[in-house]
Design a binder for this molecule. Structure first.
Ligand SMILES: Nc1ncnc2c1ncn2[C@@H]1O[C@H](COP(=O)(O)OP(=O)(O)OP(=O)(O)O)[C@@H](O)[C@H]1O
Ligand SMILES: Nc1ncnc2c1ncn2[C@@H]1O[C@H](COP(=O)(O)OP(=O)(O)OP(=O)(O)O)[C@@H](O)[C@H]1O
Ligand SMILES: [Mg+2]
Ligand SMILES: [Mg+2]
Lengths: 256, 256
């Protein structure tokens, strides 16, 4: 088992971390054994779950460079089916250090191949760039989720992202597929949201998830309590949206 | 003359580009000769002003590497007092190429020293990272504006940003100051906005601008028309906010 899904979009602030945290928590709540890998030096997925490492505690950086085994860095901040491989700002160093290693593009893939036997789903949060860390996550993944904020600038970078995906598929990871395009921070009251959503559906057709994530303040409050939204306010629209997304992904994957 | 102000925050989607475009346009409308430098390979400042370069048109990338003189890349998409040094995705290449040049950290500073004689203010938009391009802009700047979205994750990265600024002040640019902290996407209806704003004011005190940028859909619609908000909808709250910010910055700088 152990399907790896990376959450990718080089545009900043589109809901990558919010999706990584809340989707992985919702999948774990649906009794799937899930590993969330925080692959962003900003470590927002980690802090959003109340996990803040000191300089001495090992994180994904040490596992990636082979300094510590994966088991030593894993945290369990929620319930039994949910594991986190936390990040720390020192992961910034990996951007330089990785490229001097042979086969550097496959580092995360190799790390997850051994680790992922224990998990049914591995979700990877990435930084807002198409640099070394994001490329590593595209090589490691079977599929990607592209969160897109329903705003103008969100459309601008898509061409570049798709070009990068095609290059990775050709050279480094032929199995890489798009799990889905996720519309985020949708606001029904704004024409802009409807216009951008229509353009995205015209372009990506069935690749767009049926589930839409609406703008909902509970989603931006939850991280300050160190909890995913399903534990912060299960009745909120944000929690219902991510539960529906988890169900849609489970259905798509367990049907085939 | 020619004060250079960089807009910096490695957190994604906090309003760097929206501030760069609308502040520089408001300053130019107040009869200051302004140059906006788009120093992000995503080129959102450029496309937000309707400027989309082809592969053959020179941009800030060629000027930075000394291939073309600055005059050759300058565009004038609005009115006479407003100039743009546009970007293109190929600027990504500069992240690698720059570091092989001697004194690479000073490249943008050297470029702007000769160019900035013609301008009273130079505003630099940066990508969501603390990499080579952002570091170059911190060395080139006299001061920086830090846009902060009034949300939880926005507070997380501040310590790292301040640490980077202190390191640059010590080693590469002792004159670097904080022009101000700008609260963006403030929503009066949300407790979260008020809570985060209070924490930011407690921490940064007078360094926080009096002007607050409220969440306003006109700001996110304007780029799809290739216009700054003052030309798209001058009566909107977004336009009024950025005009007030321009006045506050002019007052602070021309008083002393
Ligand atoms: N559906 C939503 N409704 C309301 N707020 C949201 C929603 N999704 C995300 N947010 C908030 O918007 C901000 C940006 O989201 P997030 O940090 O998840 O984006 P990101 O793509 O991970 O950003 P970065 O590019 O910096 O990694 C955060 O403050 C988050 O709490
Ligand atoms: N005050 C505001 N009210 C409403 N929408 C806003 C406001 N400021 C910015 N936006 C919208 O929020 C999104 C993020 O803003 P913007 O792109 O300027 O941030 P950024 O920090 O430059 O992002 P990146 O990190 O990707 O460079 C954009 O779609 C923009 O139109
Ligand atoms: Mg994130
Ligand atoms: Mg930007």
């Amino acid at each position: 088992m152990g399907k790896t899904i990376s959450i990718v979009n080089q545009k900043g602030g589109v809901g990558k971390t919010t999706t990584a945290v809340n989707l992985s928590a919702s999948l774990a709540a649906a009794e799937r054994r899930v590993l969330l890998v925080d692959f962003d030096p900003q470590a927002n997925s980690s802090s959003g779950l109340g996990v803040r490492l000191t300089r001495d505690e090992p994180c994904i950086y040490e596992a990636l460079l082979g300094i510590e085994p994966m088991e030593k860095i894993i945290k369990k901040p929620l319930f039994d089916t949910f594991s986190l491989a936390p990040s720390h700002i020192r992961l910034v160093g990996a951007e330089q250090e990785l490229t001097s290693l042979p086969n550097w593009e496959h580092r995360l893939k190799e790390l997850l191949t051994t680790a992922s036997k224990d998990y049914e789903l591995v979700i990877v949060d990435t930084p807002p760039s198409l640099g070394v860390l994001t490329l590593n996550s595209l090589v490691a993944a079977e599929s990607i989720i592209i969160p897109i904020q329903c705003e103008y600038y969100a459309l601008e970078g898509l061409g570049q992202l798709l070009g990068t995906i095609r290059r990775i598929q050709k050279r480094l990871n032929p199995r890489l597929r798009i799990e889905g395009i996720l519309l985020t921070m949708f606001d029904k009251r704004l024409n802009l949201s409807w216009q951008v959503a229509e353009e995205i559906r015209d372009y990506f057709r069935d690749a767009v998830f049926e589930t839409i994530i609406y703008r909902n303040v509970r989603l931006s409050e939850a991280p300050s309590f160190g909890k995913p939204v399903i534990l912060y306010d299960i009745h909120s629209r944000g929690a219902q949206n991510y539960i529906a997304l988890a169900e849609e992904i489970i259905e798509r994957n367990e049907k085939s």
